[in-house]
Every structure is written in structure tokens, then in C-alpha cells.
Design a protein around this ligand. Structure first.
Ligand code: PLP
Length: 379
């Protein structure tokens, strides 16, 4: 066996959608991107959704639109991917690292309260592995302190928390469609909000400062009835090259159609894992998974035998990962580090196991079998 940790699930549906972009011979920023944005708005129920080339770009622009004074502070979990905190540095702001809740490993609301001071302007909750941060409590807490809330939804797509979709609790929601994520566009991201005013410059910011429909401009190159100034544009804001393209959006449109079915499969796999490891002594689930309620991008475990188990699983052809080395332990972020004892001790126990839609029951059983063998060997 050779079992991958992550793998995108790609079918004829994605291929057919990409073919449409090929047939039109328009594969840059164009009509497929607009179509994907419309579909995403419907899916999430939000008022604005703008497609980008990554969640990293979404997080960068999400902070940028608030125009915070340089040197202000942003609260961010230590147990996350670099992009969540790098976006803070891109904006000349200071990350304040928050420890993990011992049960969910998501951002601890208790530590959040401890780390807050008057210079904080925003908080970026990350739904770690897909498990929701208690957004009802967090929003109340943030509003009392006049903090902006940017949800990092890179590990979730399609979950409701207390009846409201994740990504719509905060001022802005940022999603990732990178190839390991719940749904993919190869690389891609979406920035979403219920406040159109907030994102009014983001279309220009994502495309080198130009806020025009690129596809429409191209249609007008040879349209005799149109204004000769069809090519004209004005640059009012600083832009980046952060747009999604039509090839990526085509894949995204097909993946969105398959999202519910793909999420059902994830749910089944996680249930199998949970049942399969429930009696083990030295291997426990990474967090308090609730697969019937929430969509998870990652499944993992905690054990005191992290290194040994990784090597053992490697020898059986089973890929593993570690999500994450807390950012406070990374050289880049050490100058901003503050105490995060839970994340920094649990780090020595956490292993990510294979989770993707095309994982077969036979493969999951094989992984469980090997976890049991390892566990038995420790008694
Ligand atoms: C929590 C989190 N935030 C942000 C990102 C960045 O996503 P992208 O690769 O789309 O830029 C990732 C990617 O792995 C992530 O895991």
C-alpha cells in the first residue's frame, strides 16, 4: 500500500467544466470566475464573494481593507498555518499569538481574553481542522472591544455553527481552494462578506488596481456600437496580482456541485476512524470530532509516541503529517512569541492521518489495523 495524506478528488465533471473554458479559449480572469463567485454567494448565502488565487491573498486583503494604523495588534492562534499570521505582517501589523483550547486545539477564548490589550484591532479565528471556534461567544467578546473579526475558513467548506455558515459570523470570511482542501481549484481562495462596502475595492486590489470586467472589455474590442474608450481604466487603489483565473474557477464550479457528496464521504471516513481507534490505549483522536455536525479537512490523533508511530506508519506505506508546529516555535515568529503552553506541549503528540474523499474503506481499515498493531505493541 501507498496511502497519500491528501489528494484532490477530480472527475469528468471538473474536466468537462475546464473544457468549456478551453472551447471559449479564455482561461484568465473572465466569465467562469464571475460564475463561480455567483455560485459561491448562493452556497454561503453572503452578499459579496470575490475569487482570488489563494486564502493567503484573501487574508492579506481582508486586513488591508480596514486600513489599520501601522503597528497595531491582531490576535491569531499559534496553532495555524503560516499564512494566517503572515497576512498580519504583510499589513505592517503585529501578531499576538493565542494558545489552543486543550480539547479542540482551536483558539482558546480564555487565553484570547488574557492576550488582549487596547492596541488590538482585530482577531482571526481559525476553524482548526474544520472544528468551529465558538463564534457566538467570540463575536460577543470582540464586539464589546470593537475588534474586527476575520474568519480563516481554510479548513472548512459547508459547515454551519449554530445555524449560521462558518465564514459568515465575522466581518469577513476567507476560504482556501488549495489542492489539499475540502474542495479545490488547484490553488485558489475566496473573500466573502455581508458588507459590500467593506469589499468595495477588493476587485481592483486583486487585479493590479483595475476594477473592470476584463471579459467584457475584450468583447468590446471590435464592437462598433461601443464607446471607443472601451480600453480605458483608472487606477485608484494599489492592487496585487491575486485574481483567480477561469481554469481554476471551472474546477471550482464542478467541485462546488460535488461538495455535499464529498463532505458525506469525509464524514463516513472520520466515523470509521473514530470507531476503529476508540479502544486504543496510547492513541487518541486529535480533537473532539463531531463529524455529523461539522465538515473536517483533517483527521489526526494524539500519542506520546509521535516519532515512533510516524516511522511505523511510514514502514507500512501510510503517509502522515503534523499540523502544525505552533507558529510561536517558528524562527520567523519568535520575536512576537508569547506563552502558549498547551499548543507547544501538544505539538509533541499530534499526527495527521490520511483523509481525502477517494480513500477507500479498505485503506481506512488498513490504517486502523496498523494503529491497533502499534498500540498493542506498546502494552
Ligand atoms: C489555516 C490556513 N489558513 C490559510 C491557508 C492558506 O491557504 P492558501 O494555500 O489557499 O493560500 C492555509 C493553507 O493551508 C491554512 O491551512
Amino acid at each position: 500500500m501507498n496511502i497519500r495524506l491528501f489528494k484532490p478528488s477530480l472527475t469528468e465533471l471538473e474536466l468537462n467544466c475546464v473544457n468549456e473554458a478551453f472551447d471559449r479559449a479564455w482561461i484568465g480572469l473572465g466569465p467562469k470566475v464571475s460564475e463561480f463567485e455567483e455560485e459561491w454567494k448562493r452556497h454561503l448565502g453572503c452578499k459579496v464573494a470575490i475569487a482570488l488565487n489563494s486564502a493567503t491573498a484573501a487574508l492579506h486583503l481582508a486586513l488591508r481593507v480596514f486600513n489599520f494604523e501601522k503597528g497595531k495588534k491582531v490576535l491569531v492562534p499559534t496553532m495555524t498555518f503560516s499564512a494566517t499570521a503572515s497576512a498580519i505582517l504583510y499589513n505592517d501589523l503585529i501578531p499576538v499569538f493565542v494558545d489552543s483550547d486543550p480539547i479542540t486545539l482551536g483558539m482558546s477564548l480564555e487565553d484570547l481574553n488574557k492576550k488582549y490589550d487596547k492596541n488590538c484591532v482585530a482577531v482571526i479565528p481559525v476553524h482548526y481542522c474544520g472544528h468551529p471556534v465558538p463564534m457566538d461567544q467570540l463575536i460577543l467578546w470582540a464586539r464589546e472591544r470593537n475588534l474586527k473579526v476575520i474568519e480563516d475558513c481554510a479548513h472548512t467548506s459547508g459547515s454551519l455553527y449554530k445555524g449560521i455558515p462558518l465564514g459568515r459570523w465575522g466581518d469577513i470570511g476567507c476560504f482556501s481552494f488549495e489542492e489539499k482542501k475540502i474542495m479545490t481549484t488547484g490553488d485558489g481562495g475566496m473573500i466573502c462578506s455581508d458588507n459590500p462596502e467593506l469589499l468595495k475595492d477588493v476587485k481592483a486590489m486583486r487585479w493590479v488596481g483595475i476594477d473592470k470586467d476584463n471579459w467584457k472589455t475584450a468583447q468590446e474590442y471590435t464592437s462598433v456600437n461601443k464607446d471607443a474608450y472601451h480600453w480605458f481604466y483608472e487606477l485608484r487603489v494599489l492592487g496585487w496580482k491575486y485574481n483567480m483565473n477561469d481554469l481554476a474557477a471551472s474546477i471550482g464550479l464542478a467541485q462546488l456541485k460535488r461538495l455535499n457528496e464529498m463532505n458525506k464521504r469525509r464524514e463516513q471516513i472520520i466515523k470509521n476512524y473514530l470507531k476503529g481507534i476508540e479502544a486504543l490505549k496510547f492513541i487518541k483522536p486529535l480533537l473532539s470530532y463531531e463529524p455529523e455536525k461539522y465538515v473536517y479537512q483533517m483527521f489526526g490523533i494524539r500519542t506520546d509516541y509521535k516519532e515512533d508511530l510516524i516511522i511505523y506508519l511510514k514502514s507500512k506505506g501510510i503517509a502522515t503529517g503534523c499540523h502544525y508546529t505552533p507558529l510561536t516555535m517558528q524562527p520567523l515568529f519568535k520575536p512576537y512569541a508569547s506563552p502558549c503552553p498547551v499548543a507547544e506541549s501538544e505539538y509533541y503528540k499530534i499526527i495527521t492521518l490520511p483523509l481525502h474523499v477517494d480513500l477507500t474503506n479498505e485503506e481506512v481499515n488498513y490504517i486502523i489495523y496498523n494503529l491497533k498493531e502499534f498500540d498493542d505493541g506498546k502494552i
